[in-house]
Design a protein around this ligand. Structure first.
Ligand code: SF4
Length: 335
């Protein structure tokens, strides 16, 4: 065992402090940041978690690897062995998956153990004592995960036993309060980068509902569909048909970009209204229904005759819309 470790670095305060505590002990650190379509704050600008992780790595002068969780992760989210939290967040399985990826990377970067910013009792699902041990065991990393923020409250790890890490120089923080971390951050002059948009989309109830609907109606794991779940208003018309309606110009552009083979794209014609993307087989009745949904979200002037144009591959058409859909019908289809 050597003095080199992989640190899971989200870019938030806890993982930043964990890296700092290890660097202070002379541990060589390679940072590992995970990308996934469920991360609500891995923006391309400097405001996102991914960017924060890169900034932290730059500040600390450590190497960083940004790794996409891949389609396999989607299968984990679909069928989690340890179930979901309050949303569609399979935190225990997610942690196992992430640690396994880190474990695979250990020999490649010549590191011997893993560091995380986890705090005992901070998160209800994955950061309680028992799940933490389950996660370690399932990932095949027993004794090899060092949690510098809570280390004094947890069993001694192999790097501590071997004298590579001094247990006394680590911390004994537990619980959800972040007071202690903020105090230590000040001492270390480390900046806090709160994720303003909330972090993991899988914990979001609205997103969770859409994801559950997707899993219930499609056997295929497709990354782009995960992005599509974040755009517009979603309606389940039937088990074979879902309709997504843009909320603004930005959504409208994105929906057009997401149009895949077999999808039908609807646009308001002769009045100002959103676009709609229909995924599934359409009957004439379905097309009329979609027209009435577009009209519901559109604005018609007195002298305008609302209609919608639709296009699917080489076939296209136009239909007149007479009335907006009833609110109660629309609500019954809302995902
Ligand atoms: S909150 Fe999301 S990213 Fe974090 S462990 Fe849970 S599922 Fe994974």
């Amino acid at each position: 065992m050597n003095k080199k470790a992989i640190a899971l670095l989200s870019g938030g305060l806890d993982s930043t402090l964990a890296v700092k505590l290890m660097l202070e002990q002379g541990i060589e650190v390679v940072a590992l940041n995970f990308k996934s379509p469920f991360c609500n704050c891995d923006g391309k600008d400097r405001e996102g978690c991914k960017s924060h992780a890169i900034k932290v790595a730059e500040d600390f002068q450590v190497d960083i690897k940004v790794v996409h969780k891949g389609l396999e992760y989607l299968e984990v989210v679909r069928h989690p062995k340890y179930g979901y939290g309050s949303g569609m967040n399979p935190c225990v399985d997610c942690r196992i998956f992430s640690f396994q990826m880190a474990k695979d990377l250990l020999p490649k970067v010549g590191a011997s153990f893993i560091i995380t910013g986890e705090v005992l009792g901070q998160r209800p699902m994955s950061q309680r004592r028992d799940p933490m041990f389950t996660i370690e065991k399932e990932a095949g990393l027993e004794g090899l995960i060092v949690r510098p923020l809570s280390a004094k409250l947890l069993p001694i790890t192999i790097p501590e036993k071997m004298g590579i890490i001094d247990r006394e120089k680590m911390l004994g923080i537990s619980g959800r309060s972040r007071k202690e971390q903020i105090k230590i951050a000040k001492e270390f002059e480390v900046e806090d980068y709160p994720c303003s948009s909330g972090g993991c989309l899988l914990t979001d109830q609205n997103f969770g509902r859409r994801l559950k609907d997707y899993f219930g109606h499609s056997e295929r794991n497709v990354w782009s569909e995960m992005k599509l779940l974040q755009i517009g208003r979603h309606f389940r018309v039937s088990s074979d048909l879902k309709v997504i309606v843009g909320r603004d110009e930005d959504d409208n552009k994105k929906l057009l970009a997401f149009k895949g083979n077999g999808d039908t794209f609807f646009e308001a014609a002769g009045f100002s209204g959103p676009v709609a993307l229909a995924k599934g087989e359409l009957t004439e009745e379905d097309r009329e229904l979609i027209g009435s949904i577009i009209l519901r979200y559109g604005k018609v002037k007195d002298d305008e005759m609302p209609s919608v144009e639709y296009q699917n591959g080489s076939s296209s058409g136009n239909l007149t819309v007479t009335a907006p859909i009833e609110e109660s019908v629309l609500d019954s289809m809302r995902i």
